[in-house]
Design a protein around this ligand. Structure first.
Ligand code: S3P
Length: 445
């Protein structure tokens, strides 16, 4: 169902503290690893979004006991490769690339063909990136030569460890190989372009044999198969990718202050903060602490007096990969011409974000120059003074981050906005609109 919101007023100044929804990457990884452990694992503050609920539903269909309560979730694992299911199983991974690409790694011993499906957006996304390494382990995929969902996987009892060079900077591909490695006797070796490292941190915490060497922009990872994984109790912190929309809201609005509590600021995820600070923001991490190998802090942000362009160093790309839409919006209201490159992966997300992000900026009168992998944004600090038209956002594959970027644009730049598919936020950040309201943002539903 298409739910629409209308925004016709900019947000007034605010001075508040908020808690955004929990980290999606950690929530999905917790559930998948808990299903492979022996014994009862418990998570507090598991993100209750559609992507995580799809994860729990897939696990239930694979015979895993899952109990979801108001503030916690329990999973009773029976160990590696202990899924129990009948023939003709279909697993619906919904909108979640992370779920689909990580879950199939746990199915590479399955004796029967399992069908993996996803929604319209996920069914357009590339799976060759995980089919290729998983085939090397010995898994089988059908139909042959198909690289998108729906796909069938059938496992193999005679798996071999692999050596693989992951060149995209994809944490999903890296994590897929790391999970598959648990099932393949021997040592799997991965050379991976640096990307979010939650799986590595969880492996260390769980004493799963892993060796990691860092070399410039690469991680050299060795994983040894491990049969008895211990249960994992975890308090999931808040998501920096969700926080980024409220950081941008505050930067782009006037005389406001915001504290976002208890956010996972892992440096492999925090590139957006470095980029925005280089553009003139003064975002600070306070009350820093460590939790089971992750770093957590409260984020303090103020409205920006002036923002300037950036030639964004590509070394920050993977650590800001989910935040570029909102960074583009900030660049649109900054002084000078910003340039972002090596970002072809952005067009492989829930929607073609490089293309669509550029289209939305053009719609509000911001000039851009777009290629397959780069964008130049001709910023205008007076952008908000010129916006007085009607703007409609639709047909964007229900990409949650396009919806949130558009909402932030509407609340800070002015004009009359009609934004379709507000239900899209349910995949990652169900409380988004409630928090907007709490800060004083007005929208009609
Ligand atoms: C994720 C990895 C990233 C990111 C996605 C979550 C993860 O995808 O965009 O939202 O949890 O591993 P890629 O691995 O495709 O870069």
């Amino acid at each position: 169902m298409d739910k629409i919101i209308w925004i016709e007023k900019k947000i007034n100044n605010y001075n508040k503290k908020i808690l955004v929804d929990s980290d999606k990457s950690l929530s999905i990884r917790w559930a998948l690893l808990a299903s492979q452990a022996i014994g009862l694992s418990k998570a507090n503050n598991l993100l209750k979004s559609e992507d995580v609920l799809s994860t729990l539903n897939c696990l239930k269909k694979l015979g895993v006991k899952v109990v979801l309560k108001k503030n916690s979730c329990e999973i009773l694992g029976n160990g590696l490769n202990s899924f129990k299911y009948k023939k003709n199983l279909v697993l619906n991974t919904g909108n979640s690339g992370t779920l689909a690409r990580l879950l199939i790694a746990l199915l590479i011993r399955s004796p029967y063909k399992i069908k993996i499906t996803g929604d319209k957006s996920l069914s357009k996304r590339d799976f060759l990136r995980v089919i290729e390494p998983l085939k090397k382990f010995g898994a089988n995929f059908y139909p042959k030569n198909k690289t998108t969902l729906p796909l069938f996987i059938r496992g193999n009892n005679y798996l071999r460890p692999i050596k693989y060079h992951e060149k995209k900077g994809s944490a999903q591909v890296k994590s897929c190989i790391m999970l598959a490695a648990l099932n393949a006797p021997g040592i799997t070796k991965i050379i991976a372009k640096k990307s979010r490292n939650h799986t590595e941190i969880l492996y260390k915490y769980l004493n799963i044999p892993i060796k990691i060497k860092k070399k410039k922009n690469l991680s050299l990872i060795e994983v040894k198969s491990k049969i008895d994984i211990k249960p994992l109790n975890y308090n999931i912190p808040s998501d920096i990718s969700s926080s980024a929309f409220f950081i941008a809201l505050t930067l782009l609005s006037k005389k406001s202050n915001l504290i976002i509590k208890n956010v996972n600021i892992n440096e492999t995820r925090a590139g957006s903060i470095i980029i925005l600070n280089k553009m003139g923001a003064k975002i600070k991490f306070k009350n820093k602490r460590s939790y089971k190998g992750e770093k957590i802090a409260d984020i303090h942000v103020k409205s920006a007096k002036s923002l300037k362009h950036i030639k964004c160093p590509t070394k920050y790309n993977t650590s800001a990969i989910d935040e570029f839409l909102i960074i583009f919006l900030v660049a649109a209201k900054s002084k000078g011409v910003s340039y972002f490159s090596n970002l072809s992966e952005l067009n492989q997300k829930e929607s073609q974000r490089l293309k669509l992000g550029s289209k939305i900026l053009n719609m509000i009168g911001v000039k851009t120059k777009l290629t397959d992998h780069s964008i130049k944004i001709y910023g205008n600090p007076n952008l908000n003074l010129n916006l007085n038209k009607n703007y409609v956002i639709k047909n964007y594959f229900k990409d949650h981050r396009i919806f949130m970027m558009s909402t932030i644009a509407a609340l800070t730049l002015g004009g009359k906005w009609k934004i379709h598919n507000s239900e899209s936020i349910k995949t990652s950040f169900p409380s988004f609109l409630k928090l907007i309201k709490y800060l004083g943002g007005k929208y009609i539903q």
